[in-house]
Write a protein that binds this ligand. Structure first.
Ligand code: APR
Length: 229
């Protein structure tokens, strides 16, 4: 069975109603990213950070996977598929994809600020005073700017095995996620689906790149139909 790796970013969730990060003049729902997604921001104002992710978690309950998420799941009938996403939403899971790596964490998980191995499923609001079993305050299980990306090594290993790589809805501006496609093996087919494709350093060096300058729901559905014949 051929191996497909699907690298997704915020753009795949845009048509589900979740804002991207860099289409809206760099603000995240009106917040400075360093205020709500960095250890410094957490240190300065834990309540603000908790409220930001509580709003994101509440919003997630009101949106659904779109045709692009669903088309990706269908690929599993014919290919060995791994989704490697920068997104913290659960839309790939809800579309039925079964092998997903979240490089930047998950909105519906929280962890101890003491022992980071203490991770819990959490779909409601998280507030000051909510503690892990080790007695430490709980925080969003999100990789903030400047923090390590624990799933990077497995993501690199899987990407290097892919016969086909689909890059969907990412501006490829945040590292190390943006470096993944650079590990593509010789001869792997690369597709990049984005209405405003950003040709990163890694992409510019890939001869076998096909750019589909389209939105995810149409571009991905069309490509999946072609790959499934
Ligand atoms: N279909 C496909 N792509 C789309 C659509 C759509 N309907 N709408 C927008 N896009 C594209 C944009 O053109 C852009 O290239 O999605 C991309 C979104 O880029 P970003 O907002 O930078 O999101 P992303 O690349 O996922 O950001 C990476 O940065 O802010 C951090 O941790 C955060 O995971 C995030 C990371």
């Amino acid at each position: 069975m051929q191996k497909i790796v699907i690298l997704t970013g915020a753009g795949i969730s845009a048509e589900s109603g979740i804002s991207t990060f860099r289409d809206a003049d760099g603000l995240w729902e009106g917040h400075d990213v360093m205020q709500v997604a960095s250890p410094q921001g957490w240190h300065q104002n834990q309540a603000l950070v908790l409220d930001f992710y509580n709003q994101r978690r509440r919003q997630l309950k009101t949106v659904n996977p779109n045709d692009a998420h669903i088309a990706i799941q269908k690929l599993e009938d014919t290919y060995d598929v791994t989704v490697i996403t920068q997104n913290v939403d659960d839309l790939h899971e809800r579309a039925g994809s079964t092998d997903i790596i979240h490089l930047h964490g998950e909105l519906n998980k929280v962890r101890s600020t003491g022992n980071s191995a203490l991770v819990y499923d959490w779909t409601e609001d998280l507030n000051l005073g909510d503690q892990a079993t080790d007695g430490f305050q709980l925080r969003p299980h999100i990789v903030w700017f400047g923090e390590m990306v624990p799933m990077l090594e497995p993501a690199i290993a899987i990407t290097a095995q892919a016969d086909i790589i689909m890059i969907i809805g990412t501006s490829l501006q945040v590292y190390p996620a943006a470096s993944l496609v650079g590990y593509a093996k010789l001869g792997a087919k690369i597709y990049y689906i984005d209405p405003k494709p950003h040709i990163s350093h890694e992409l510019s060096r890939l001869p076998q790149l096909k750019i589909i300058a389209d939105k995810a729901t149409t571009g991905v559905s069309q490509l999946v139909r072609e790959l499934m014949v």
